[in-house]
Ligand binder design. Structure first.
Ligand code: PEP
Length: 256
């Protein structure tokens, strides 16, 4: 974390978990468990149908609601899809774009990720752009080039002024939902590399202002060490965000 230049952002990715009633109960539990949130932004990225209940439950608390996906077209014959206007009208402030599960199971590509980034920005919301290498790519020694390609294509056409709305989440695929966390050195190395890419594209001032999260089995035990790294400005948290005490412990670690 480096609060002098950028925000610390803790975001829960609930994936396909919790009904609207369960969402309300979990948010209320998080509110009761967490201490005063002063130094970081807290987001819960809930399933689409939970959004109204989540927005209502978050009212008055320093917790924002995010979505887990979006369609890049504004409207039309895209059965089953959800547009930016629909999300915005419900009070959504953030949208996860390019999560590895969407890339893996729903054929998202760097190009669709880029289109979605533009859609989210144009609607006045903030994208949380996910990048990350597979285990095979790490073992082949191509992590840096894979991440560079993903970041460069995701940000293609994004203007300098729009960069203050971008959050990047470095999520090594082998660490997501596996209980295998990247070491703080591994995570920091890639996050520093991402900042370097942003610097080469937009200059030093923009680079130091962008929040870069780590995601991949972050939990109540390992959060403090990961967040202590200068270039890790928060976390995107799956499993542990579904348990109020664990999520609250991560928020409290970011709040130190
Ligand atoms: C995620 O879904 O983005 C994630 C990091 O999941 P987990 O924390 O469960 O590894």
């Amino acid at each position: 974390m480096n609060r002098r230049y950028r925000k610390t952002v803790i975001a829960g990715n609930w994936k396909m978990n919790k009904t609207p009633a369960e969402a309300k109960a979990l948010i209320n539990e998080i509110k009761e468990t967490v201490g005063k949130v002063k130094w970081c932004d807290v987001i819960v990225c809930v399933p689409y149908v939970d959004i109204p209940a989540a927005v209502k439950a978050c009212k008055g608390a320093k917790i924002s609601v995010g979505a887990q996906n979006i369609h890049f077209e504004p409207k039309g014959a895209y059965t089953g899809e959800i547009s930016a206007d629909m999300l915005k009208e419900l009070g959504v402030k953030y949208v996860i774009v390019g999560h590895s599960e969407r890339r893996q199971y729903f054929a998202e590509t760097d190009e669709t990720v880029n289109k979605k980034v533009h859609t989210v920005l144009e609607a006045g919301m903030q994208p949380i752009v996910c990048v990350g290498e597979s285990l095979q790519q790490r073992e082949q020694g191509v992590t840096a080039s894979v991440i560079e390609t993903q970041v460069r294509i995701a940000l293609n056409g994004v203007a300098k002024e729009q960069m203050r709305k971008i959050i990047i989440a470095y999520e090594p695929i082998w660490a997501i939902g596996t209980g295998k966390t990247a070491t703080s050195e591994q995570a920091a190395e890639v996050c520093t590399g991402i900042r370097e890419i942003i610097r080469s594209l937009y200059g030093a001032r923009v680079a130091r202002s962008v929040s870069i999260q780590y995601g991949g089995s972050m939990n109540a035990k390992n959060a403090a060490e990961l967040l202590a790294q200068n270039d890790i400005d928060g976390g995107l948290i799956g499993g542990a965000s579904l348990k109020a005490p664990d999520f609250a412990a991560i928020i409290n670690a970011a709040n130190q």
